[in-house]
Design a protein around this ligand. Sequence first.
Ligand code: ADP
Ligand code: MG
Length: 255
Amino acid sequence: MAERETKISARNVDVFYGEKHAIRNLSIDIPDRAVSAFIGPSGCGKSTFLRAINRMNDTIASARVTGGIAVDGEDIYDSAIDVVQLRARVGMVFQKPNPFPKSIFENVAYGPRIHGLARNKTDLEEIVVSSLKKAGLFEEVKDRLDHPGTGLSGGQQQRLCIARAIAVNPEVILMDEPCSALDPIATARIEELIDELRQNYCIVIVTHSMQQAARVSQLTAFFHLGTLVEYGDTDEMFTAPQEKRTQDYITGRFG
Ligand code: ADP
Ligand code: MG
């Protein structure tokens, strides 16, 4: 695999929810312009670690993160970091599509507006259209941008959420089981989109589906009981994993 620049670098990260130790001494270097998949049995800490990458755990009162996480070498837990700005740089797409109860246009325009990314109405329209295009949704919605985002199908809503993330110029897109509420056709459409987006973004996707990890990712990280067991080339992970625990999981011996 070609050398890629590191985008996200985590060192000795621990995450606690009160007494619960959810992530243990995790270190990883995640490259830019590639899709990394996080796999592992339910409850092993995939979502917890994903949320640590854009400080989404800050919103959970009992959560405490120690260790270091840097994006482009910049410590994101530094007190000088503007968390709103960080979450624009490191966008997130959730399991259940969660468009705002507003029009399709407004769903995408909201972020650029609050971040002051458009100088005028024309600028804003351009950002909305290009974001919808990048999310592969524009053709389907161009005649009804003023209709509610919540009226779209599940798969379209998820692409709308991806357009909303893209609209604020992210560098990283975190996706937590983005297809788990979607049918196979909508899932295939999102997977194609992820494959296109990796040209321009660092993408991290949590998935409970090993098939999906194999289809969409170049790198796979296997989590077990709060630890990162191994992280490497997806093809190698599924054919010749380094660790017995990974082997057992991918061959269906547990999980
Ligand atoms: P995964 O995404 O791999 O299924 P999670 O990151 O959601 O795993 O959870 C890891 C562990 O942390 C689990 O034991 C889970 O019960 C616990 N956990 C997750 N979220 C919270 C929370 N908000 N409060 C307390 N414990 C939590
Ligand atoms: Mg999860």
